[in-house]
Ligand binder design. Sequence first.
Ligand SMILES: *Cc1c(COP(=O)(O)O)cnc(C)c1O
Length: 249
Amino acid sequence: MTERRAELAANLAAVRDRIAAAARAAGRAPEEILLVAVSKTFPADDVVVLLELGVREFGENRDQEAAAKAGAVAAQLAGRPGPRWHFVGQVQRKKAASVASYADVVHSVDRAALADALGRGAQARAAALDVLVQVSLDPAAGPTQRAGVAPDQALELAEHVLTVPGLRLAGVMGLAPREGDPAAAFTGLARIAERLRALSPQAGVVSAGMSGDLEAAIAHGSTLVRVGTALFGGRAIRSEHGLQGPSGR
Ligand SMILES: *Cc1c(COP(=O)(O)O)cnc(C)c1O
């Protein structure tokens, strides 16, 4: 076993333990929570290793990197079953067709025009695309506000998604604010998720929780955690032109 493979295997075991412990603490079954490995900035080789270790779901947040990695992974697998790709970053409308060409799930639908563009992309690919409505959980307006539709507009956007050919409404996604108690944010998301399920019973995914806050998210109803750092290690700082140090590798 290479050193990197051993590192990824150990990190995966630790993340699975954290998910299981958080689920049990909340009186939930660990199998209720899907792990999405957020592989942004990490190479296709790491994705292939984690696939061999049993991870099926991978997340990316930049179209160019994601498209190249999906292609590189498929080439390495040479016909073996590949990952389900989750797009978790903000999508520019002009990138929607590209994202819909390889993504199986888009977590970041925050406006009707983007839903329409993704729907056209999904129809061109002739495959239904699962989408989540991203809800802004940051009560502070202004530059610190994270992406997402305002909570009081989430249901209206979900109703729109239900009318778009090519899309399947799968649930909601939220990012806790950088400051403050994530529990309040995740509780708010859970309330919206409940109303969404009343609107569309299949839309049960609650995408919440990352390396630093997955316990709080699972305690408040998350069904899907998006984990990068705790699996892959620290990321290099990105520049507009690619990656810059300092990096662990
Ligand atoms: C990068 C990213 C993650 C993973 O974050 P970590 O803190 O590294 O686990 C989760 N969700 C989104 C939307 C991301 O962009």
